[in-house]
Design a binder for this molecule. Structure first.
Ligand code: FES
Length: 160
């Protein structure tokens, strides 16, 4: 099977990639578009390192074939979260609360938490833990990750 031209929308821009139809979105992002913030961990949808937003909902990009996407589907990677060069409150909260150690899982964590906070702006700790259940941190920074998400949530409450 030969690669074919596939149109997708990534971080608000129309992009065309030459990809194999069964190629995972993860590899189209990383190898064909150079968006290496999205990480490969397990390749089977378990670790969450490859999380992206598709039409605003978190998906594991290793389990989505690029050819299954429509050109109008909005894919957002970690590179697409900041606006006008400014980190989101959640990204800043991860920095302020040491929400990472080696950083490998961080993009996936932030993407998943972004989905959570958009759907549920002031989640309980229990809701945060449940929502982040499919993202693995091999350094074991879970406490700081949860506190980062809580801090972003609290800031939103304070700001509103
Ligand atoms: Fe996709 Fe682990 S690399 S979930």
């Amino acid at each position: 099977m030969q690669p074919t031209r596939i149109s997708i929308t990534v971080n608000g821009k129309a992009r065309t990639v030459n990809a194999y139809p069964d190629e995972a979105l993860l590899w189209a992002l990383r190898d064909r578009l150079g968006l290496t913030g999205t990480k490969f961990g397990c390749g089977v949808g378990i670790c969450g390192a490859c999380s992206v937003l598709i039409n605003g909902r978190r998906r594991t990009s290793c389990t989505v074939s690029v050819s299954s996407l429509r050109a109008r589907d909005e894919i957002t990677t970690i590179e697409g979260l900041a606006e006008d060069g400014r980190l989101t409150k959640l990204q800043q909260a991860f920095i302020d609360n040491n929400g990472f150690a080696c950083g490998f899982c961080t993009a996936g964590m932030i993407i998943t938490a972004t989905d959570l906070l958009r759907r549920r702006p002031t989640p309980s700790r229990k809701q945060i833990i449940k929502s982040m259940d499919d993202n693995i941190c091999r350094c074991g920074c879970y406490q700081n990750i949860i506190e980062s998400i809580e801090a972003a949530s609290t800031r939103r409450r304070t700001a509103s």
